[in-house]
Ligand binder design. Structure first.
Ligand SMILES: C[S@@+](CC[C@H](N)C(=O)[O-])C[C@H]1O[C@@H](n2cnc3c(N)ncnc32)[C@H](O)[C@@H]1O
Length: 346
């Protein structure tokens, strides 16, 4: 009798790419425009791309005129910069900053391909906390935008360790050439410090339980990857009723990663320095708009704007936060938590 050899079936990958590396079309948005359109229409952000938020609201407020000098403090994918450059109509200058050495090079090339060369656009790898160092070269600014936090390209790249959803090194640095990765920070911190960080940076309700689970785990086997940390959070929340666990782990993971990101990038400290510098870098009548993504950031912006308004340094400030429209949130799920505030220099 003929013997049948059993052939192992090749795993079906489906028609949609799942891993970051397989999304090569999304990672080349200029080349594969149809794929990009399709992903965006479904309400998702293609990997390797960032969809700018509140563009209309920002441009309506900034009232950019040809010949002006502006600052994009957070260049990212260059979406807002592109729209602000269009308003300049070839006259004036835009300075754009980012701390991320990896994405800044890609964005520089992208904007050069869109026709924005050094005569109208200067891109600098610089932390916006040090923006005053630009003044001798740039002079004061007529308009300033800061769109805080991380870009979609950073979140979606597993190598950067920004998301609990993708396995990768637990890094979370915006500039991987500076400071220490989140995994090392976690090793340096005591249990109390970890709990404090989770509460202060993300209002984590299970901060004590998670901090305890982290310190126990560190003694057994150090936490090195995003998956290691997510699994520790899962373990820490097993005391909750079974039906609630999945959602609680998701929320606590989001908050814990946010808290760590704020910590490793000193995000509150650099935002405070930037807010303190604003009155010195804005020209008379100069306008600034800031987009924030969580309550800690919004509180700092609100307080600084109110203080300088009371002191007569700002002529006017936003009375209430401006939110993206429901339509924009439907189109771009990453817009849900956005708040915009503005101020005008006297
Ligand atoms: C939300 S993205 C900006 C997206 C951009 N507005 C666009 O339309 O493509 C935020 C960017 O700010 C950068 N960033 C965050 N903190 C920074 C800081 N302190 N100084 C300079 N850049 C910073 C991040 O690296 C990221 O690229």
């Amino acid at each position: 009798m003929e013997q049948q050899t059993h052939k192992r079936r090749v795993r079906y990958k489906g028609t949609h790419p799942r891993t970051y590396q397989e999304k090569y079309k999304e990672l080349n948005p200029e080349k594969y425009k149809d794929t990009i359109e399709h992903v965006i229409q479904k309400g998702n952000t293609p990997a390797g791309m960032h969809i700018s938020i509140c563009v209309k609201e920002i441009l309506d407020f900034l009232q950019i005129r040809p010949g002006q000098t502006g600052l994009d403090a957070t260049l990212g994918y260059g979406g807002h910069s592109t729209e602000m450059l269009k308003c300049l109509e070839g006259r004036g200058h835009l300075y754009a900053l980012d701390v991320d050495p990896i994405e800044i090079e890609k964005t520089k090339r992208r904007l050069a391909e869109r026709g924005f060369a050094e005569d109208i656009l200067s891109i600098k790898q610089m932390n916006f906390a040090n923006v005053k160092e630009l003044l001798p070269e740039s002079g004061k600014f007529d308009f300033v935008l800061a769109d805080l936090g991380v870009s979609s390209m950073q979140i979606d790249n597993p190598e950067r360790g920004f998301s609990y959803k993708f396995d990768g090194p637990l890094d979370l640095r915006l500039d991987p050439q500076k400071g220490v990765p989140a995994s090392e920070r976690l090793r340096e911190m005591s249990r109390d410090e970890i709990a404090g960080m989770l509460i202060e940076n993300a209002d984590e309700p299970y901060a004590e339980e998670i901090a305890k689970a982290i310190s126990i785990q560190q003694k057994k086997k150090p936490i090195r990857t995003t998956t290691d940390l997510r699994e520790v959070i899962e373990k820490a929340l097993t005391f909750l009723p079974k039906a609630e666990q999945k959602e609680a782990v998701k929320k606590s993971s989001q908050r814990s990663f946010q808290a760590l990101r704020i910590d490793v990038n000193s995000e509150y400290e650099v935002l405070e320095s930037f807010l303190e510098s604003l009155p010195d870098i804005l020209a008379p009548g100069g306008r600034v708009a800031i987009l924030t993504f969580h309550s800690g950031e919004d509180r700092l912006v609100k307080k600084s704007f109110q203080r300088f308004y009371k002191e007569g340094i700002y002529e006017d400030i936003a009375k209430n936060v401006i939110r993206p429209s429901a339509e924009e949130c439907n189109r771009n799920s990453r817009a849900h938590s956005t708040k915009m505030r503005w101020a005008i220099r006297k």
